[in-house]
Design a protein around this ligand. Structure first.
Ligand SMILES: Nc1ncnc2c1ncn2[C@@H]1O[C@H](COP(=O)(O)OP(=O)(O)OP(=O)(O)O)[C@@H](O)[C@H]1O
Length: 320
């Protein structure tokens, strides 16, 4: 379990993390989501004692990271995949880590196998692709079979098979009762991987809830209606609290009425309707709604409703 209380970090005038309080529970995958520069990496670095908080406190499994006598068994972290000795092979990097923490060589071979590094384990880590570097970072984090796993952007640079592998791995670890905390700005990936989300923007927590709750609470339910009599139906549906937009020919999007109410009004007025579909907000929409005022790097793309995905993709590119 990770517990942060009023945790903050200032770099001179710059506030990177502004007094965040949250708990990451065991037994589930918790996603840490936020635009570039939101404070994700700084928060993760403070959890493992690589940055000293300017205020507040954070513990892992009940203690400050530095107080643990067996840190690699408590916490495994991937914070910077490039943080390896470039002239050492992956195998020797892992062996050196294992030797200094009384971890048997058999575990080194195990994590090499688990992370698919077998073919390149004897090659120098300096020549690794971004994806291979990520796998080595994850292997290092897993070395001590830790109770808590912290992964900063673990799917960055991985191919689709690698992304699927990380997703299955973290879900498996959570199902074993481990605490799994991973950051990403890939909303679609989080939707498929995380059970719970903590959203951060400009150093502040702006949401902390199960994924399903975030999506359902993000906007009023909409219903898509297809009818050859869109103009007439718009007139019959119009009333206080009802919003109707026409996105394409013969198609309306209605908020303020559910599908049954729309069907009844159409029937009463002898309007033919050939589709009535309740629309769920996507995680991307939920995320965009939450963070739209918290983004440090704005793009110039016109982000109307249909441009959300584009805008988010652009946001994730910027500042990198
Ligand atoms: N060592 C530092 N000195 C000065 N400012 C810093 C330092 N490290 C981070 N910052 C600033 O603190 C803010 C938070 O940075 P951080 O790297 O934690 O964000 P992030 O959410 O991980 O972003 P990204 O998704 O781009 O990695 C940013 O504005 C960043 O420029």
């Amino acid at each position: 379990m990770i517990e942060a209380r009023q945790l903050s970090k200032h770099y001179g005038e710059k506030t990177a993390v502004a007094g965040v309080t949250f708990t990451v529970q065991p037994g589930k995958v918790t996603g840490f989501l936020g635009p570039n520069g939101a404070g994700k990496s700084t928060t993760m670095r403070m959890i493992v004692g690589l940055d000293r908080p300017s205020g507040g406190d954070v513990t892992v499994n009940g203690k400050h990271y530095a107080q643990h006598k067996d840190p690699l068994h408590q916490v495994g972290a991937l914070l910077d995949a490039k943080a390896v000795h470039t002239s050492r092979s992956a195998y020797n990097h892992l062996r050196a880590m294992a030797a200094t923490h009384s971890i048997p060589v058999s575990r080194v071979n195990q994590v090499i196998e688990m992370t698919g590094l077998g073919q390149v384990a004897k090659k120098k880590a300096g020549g690794f692709s971004l994806g291979m570097g990520q796998r080595l970072g994850i292997a290092t984090a897993l070395l001590g079979d830790p109770q808590t796993l912290i992964l900063d952007e673990p799917v960055n640079g991985l191919d689709p098979e690698g992304v699927l592998w990380v997703r299955n791995l973290v879900k498996y670890l959570a199902s074993e009762g481990k605490t799994v905390f991973l950051s990403s700005h890939l909303m679609s990936e989080m939707a498929q991987t995380a059970d719970h989300l903590i959203v951060i923007g400009r150093g502040r927590i702006i949401a902390d809830a199960p994924i399903a709750e975030l999506i359902s609470g993000s906007r009023a339910a909409r219903v898509r209606v297809r009818t050859p009599q869109a103009t007439e139906l718009t007139r019959f549906l119009a009333s206080d609290g009802v919003t109707i937009s026409a996105s394409e020919a013969e198609t309306l999007e209605v908020t303020g009425l559910d599908a049954r109410q729309i069907a009844q009004i159409a029937l009463d007025n002898r309007v033919l309707v050939y589709e009535l579909s309740p629309l769920n907000a996507s995680l991307e929409e939920a995320y965009f709604n939450l963070t739209k005022d918290e983004v440090e790097y704005h793009s110039t793309i016109d982000g109307g409703a249909s441009g959300d995905a584009q805008l988010l993709a652009a946001l994730s590119q910027e500042g990198k």
